[in-house]
Design a protein around this ligand. Structure first.
Ligand code: ATP
Ligand code: MG
Length: 460
């Protein structure tokens, strides 16, 4: 072996596949009792139907690490259509990856057909299907070439994810030294990292997510090309990036993921406006705010409390929104309220070019921003009415977060609201009365018709 080859191997530069290392039941400690009963049902039904069936990927990896798997993924040599014939509760999904979903109430067991080599353009003899398509950047657009288990292992992303648990003999089949990588706590791609990232740039995000989630490091060879290839994320559909963002931010490791995304230069391709602002002011209020938002998100997730993506996206787009509002006020001479409305539309539609946040969350973010801008209008019934808005609590938390991150000019207002929320009805009335000044309600020309405002109406 030349010195170059040796150092590449030590780096794990090209992790090639080999005959599987077979770990018998007596040596791996994973038992069927740890699986979801529905996953077991699927495995047995496939086996009894004459097919091969394995648990694969994250669930095997997590069980070996002593973690509770998030979901159980099954792989088989049955085609999606053959799987569908075996299960009444099956639906076929996906274009890029055609998959079978077996639905058991709220639990879905995903059954994938083993993937073969996509390089082949000629239909393979005996291959059940051969549809594979790559873009000019080497990105796989369609990947429905079916194959054998060892080919399937090669198509997996990381060595720790190419572990198969067989329902036939209860052994673990390890094709890429995944068990060794688990012991060394190392996230490493199978094959040549650059090629693998080009095939699917989302693997760059996955490398980070697995490293933080599993408390592992990314092997040098797997880490090295990321910064240079980060711009490939621009070719990923925004809907897929949204899904990945949810996994990055709602998995209990959002703060660590945020830091790593910034370090590797990936954040820029998810939230370019914010990224620029953060670059301009290292350690500034903006960075403290986003970091603290993710710290709080992690605490809530790890305490099984609900987190709404609307809050996260409201925070991520907040500073770009303020900047744009300011620009519109100056450039277009718009009054504040109009500039704010226009800036919201612009920022949300620009951000959707990278990350397609569904409308139900962008509406939530708009609500939070609108309420925020009305916190200082407290006269008459306004404080009460504002406090009744469905997103009031989120907007109040948003303000607390800004103050905690060092936004001094909001402190007095924030303290007022804290006291207001802790006061009884009479106390609240007194607080409003003693406001005076420009918080006195304007007299309504129509004599003050009682508008039981819906959330939207009140914001306009
Ligand atoms: P978790 O579910 O905990 O996020 P996971 O490893 O199960 O982790 P999934 O996204 O559920 O991740 O994917 C299941 C398996 O499918 C992975 O373990 C991996 O083997 C394979 N896989 C998923 N996405 C890719 C990809 N982009 N490229 C190659 N293989 C992938
Ligand atoms: Mg999974």
């Amino acid at each position: 072996m030349s010195t170059k080859e040796q150092s590449d191997a030590e780096d794990g530069h090209i992790t090639t596949l080999h005959e599987p290392v077979i770990i018998p039941r007596s040596e791996h400690g994973i038992s069927r009792g740890q699986f979801s009963p529905n996953a077991l049902k699927v495995l047995y039904r496939l086996k009894d139907g004459g097919y091969e069936a394995y648990l694969v990927g994250g669930c095997v990896r997590d069980l070996l690490l002593g973690l509770q798997p998030k979901d159980f993924d099954v792989v088989t040599n049955a085609t999606p259509e053959q799987v569908k014939k075996l299960f009444r509760n099956c639906r076929l999904i996906g274009r890029r990856f055609r998959l079978a979903h077996i639905v058991f109430g709220r639990e879905i067991i995903e059954v994938a057909t083993m993937r073969g080599h996509h390089e082949s353009t000629e239909p393979k003899k005996g291959a059940k299907c051969n549809i594979s398509q790559a873009s000019e950047h080497g990105q796989l657009l369609r990947d429905n070439v079916y194959g054998t288990i060892d080919e399937d292992a090669q198509r997996r992303d990381f060595t720790i994810n190419a572990l198969y648990y067989s329902i036939k003999d209860f052994c673990i089949y390890d094709y890429a030294d995944g068990v060794k990588a688990i012991k060394k706590r190392r996230v490493e791609l199978i094959g040549d990292p650059e090629t693998r990232y080009r095939e699917d740039p989302v693997r760059m995000l996955r490398a980070i997510r697995f490293a933080t989630k599993l408390d592992m490091s990314i092997s040098p060879a797997t880490a090295k090309p990321i910064t240079q290839l980060a711009d490939l994320l621009a070719n990923i559909p925004p809907a897929r990036l949204f899904e990945e963002c949810l996994k990055l931010f709602l998995g209990g490791k959002a703060e660590a993921n945020f830091k790593a995304l910034r370090e590797y230069g990936l954040f820029k391709y998810l939230f370019p406006g914010l990224d620029k602002i953060l670059d301009a002011k290292p350690g500034g209020l903006e960075e403290r705010f986003i970091t603290q938002m993710f710290v709080n998100t992690d605490v809530r997730i790890n305490n099984d409390k609900k987190v709404t993506p609307a809050f996260i996206f409201a925070a991520l787009l907040w500073f770009p929104l303020l900047k744009r509002t300011e620009e519109l006020m100056q450039r277009e001479q718009l009054p504040h309220f109009e500039a704010l409305g226009a800036a919201m539309n612009q920022i949300l539609s620009e951000s959707a070019q990278q990350v397609a946040v569904p409308k139900r969350f962008t509406l939530g973010a708009r609500d939070i921003w609108h309420i925020h801008h009305r916190f200082d209008k407290r006269g008459g019934q306004r404080a009460y009415r504002l406090s009744q808005q469905p997103r009031f609590k989120a907007a109040y938390d948003f303000m607390l977060l800004l103050v905690d991150s060092g936004q001094e000019d909001l402190k007095e207002l924030c303290d007022w609201w804290t006291a207001y929320l802790n006061a009884d009805v009479n106390g609240q009335k007194m607080m409003v009365k003693s406001l005076g000044g420009n918080n006195r309600p304007r007299r309504r020309r129509n004599g003050g018709s009682k508008r039981r405002s819906s959330n939207k109406a009140a914001d306009e």
